[in-house]
Design a binder for this molecule. Structure first.
Ligand code: ADE
Length: 267
């Protein structure tokens, strides 16, 4: 543990940081969404336009939609399509990169990572449920060496949003992240150890970068498939993607409407 005077200094830095963020209500938000199907209805809902003069390095497929909605500057970031394969750039690598680049370029007050997720019926998840994650962790970074094991799991609490929970009556659950849509026996054990109700491919990566750069982040995940059910995951996911996206978009809109005009401490 750090000596007492160093710990006091850290506490002071954190305190002054949070006071600084409270001088004005939330103004700029970054919504990170991995799939175009999930992003486009929200782009339409908030009447955003695609960035013509990209804030990102030349040649990357990352797309920013932006505009003003109520009192908020909204940016939806979609990592785009893989340049050779033409599919959405899902997963932790693209999510980390766009989160880092977007924070650097746009200096958001708050990040919302929104998307579909697999849900565990044993933990109370049903198709179409929308969860706000109270904690995030990885389930496919196994490093069986003391302390590295914890680094691999990368568990962290998300930004506290008690008033959003009270007001919006969305479900609360822990989120586990990995780079596969399916679930290996190793993943299954790690997800159980993470006590997760929902499983995605981006959340903990977005949380890692947001933490690194001290930006609060919240996670809105809509259940598109039941991982511990009897249907093949990929089929169930593709069949439900469009319908569940409607529930996701409704929840994100409710969250954004709640955020509008508020301070971080009021969430
Ligand atoms: N996104 C939607 N369903 C998922 C699943 N089962 N695993 C990971 N990410 C998902």
């Amino acid at each position: 543990m750090a000596p007492l005077d160093e710990r006091t200094e850290i506490a002071e830095v954190e305190t002054s940081g949070s006071i600084a963020t409270e001088k004005k209500p939330i103004s700029t938000i970054l919504i990170i969404i991995a799939m175009q199907t999930e992003a486009l209805p929200l782009v339409a809902k908030f009447q955003l336009s695609e960035d013509q003069d990209s804030v990102f390095p030349k040649g990357v497929p990352w797309v920013r939609y932006h505009g003003i909605y109520k009192d908020l500057k909204i940016n939806i970031i979609w990592p785009g399509k893989d340049q050779s394969l033409g599919v959405d750039c899902v997963g932790t690598i693209s999510a980390s990169l766009v989160t880092y680049a977007s924070i650097q370029a746009l200096k958001p007050d708050l990040i919302i990572n929104a998307g579909t997720a697999g849900g565990f019926k044993a933990k109370g998840a049903c198709i179409g449920d929308v969860f706000l994650a109270s904690r995030v962790a990885f389930h496919d970074r196994r490093i069986p060496i003391p302390v590295f094991d914890q680094y691999g799991i990368g568990a962290r609490k998300t930004f506290p949003i008690p008033n959003i929970f009270k007001e919006l009556k969305l479900k609360e659950g822990k989120l586990s992240t990995g780079d596969s849509l399916d679930m290996s026996p190793h993943d299954e054990a790690a997800i159980a150890a993470n006590d997760a109700t929902v499983k995605d491919m981006e959340g903990a990566a977005v949380a890692y970068v947001a933490d690194l750069l001290s930006v609060p982040a919240i996670f809105v995940k809509a259940v598109s498939d039941i991982v511990d059910g009897d249907k093949p995951t990929a089929e169930e996911f593709l069949r439900n993607l469009v319908a569940v996206t409607a529930a996701l978009d409704q929840a994100v809109t409710q969250v954004v409407d709640f955020i509008n005009g508020k301070f971080l401490s009021e969430l």
